[in-house]
Design a protein around this ligand. Sequence first.
Ligand SMILES: O=C(O)CCC(=O)C(=O)O
Length: 239
Amino acid sequence: MIERIDINDLTYEKFMAEYADKKPVIITGAMNDWNSFNWTLEKFGQLYGERSVPIRESTIDGVRNFKKVNLAEYINYLEHNENNWYCDWNFHTFGDQDLVQTYKPLDIFTRETVRINTKKQIFKWFFLGSANTQTPLHQDFDNTHAWNAVIFGQKEWIFFEKSDSPYLYEGKVDLFSDYDLEDYPLLEQANPMKIVQNAGEIIYAPRFWWHQVRNTESTLAVSENFWFETELLNGDSKF
Ligand SMILES: O=C(O)CCC(=O)C(=O)O
């Protein structure tokens, strides 16, 4: 089971002892003072509609095939998003660094962590999509951990521990589809952990944990990837 914990009950020591590099957790009550806290789709469009953003289809192959559009254009398209185009926007890399002012990363994710790699890449994202936009089942790149905060909307997450890797077909199964278990018999041996993440909630996804994520309604989230400093010292990461 994935727990929910209020930020006021979560000390740094508790996070490090019970969750960091161990298991996912949802943190509540930690976004109330963010500039983006009360955003709606309309507001987001008013503020950043002029920006150029990457979008991709939600299929497994879609993640390798991005195109660029105007954010306002994509927002208009969202209402009839038949091909489930998903805006998967690494805004920091795209030159939109000013967006970091719209949220405040929690101390637990910034203290004793590293958020830039040797190639000077920084991984900060906005994810915007309509109902049914989604990611494939995957482990995060370069052994990173991630946090992901829903600003509006809702997400469903399905997690598996690393030890379930032999049963997951290298992520080449869409767990949100009506797949046939006869085609994926090993899946029966895996232990999915499902959780719904609501607006105002932040989820922590530890490195190596498989996850597939789907938006259940029009949803905007902000997310960052990071390593713990100790992992770099141990040579225990693909930094
Ligand atoms: O928010 C999402 O839809 C995707 C999050 C995710 O899977 C990731 O960042 O690895």
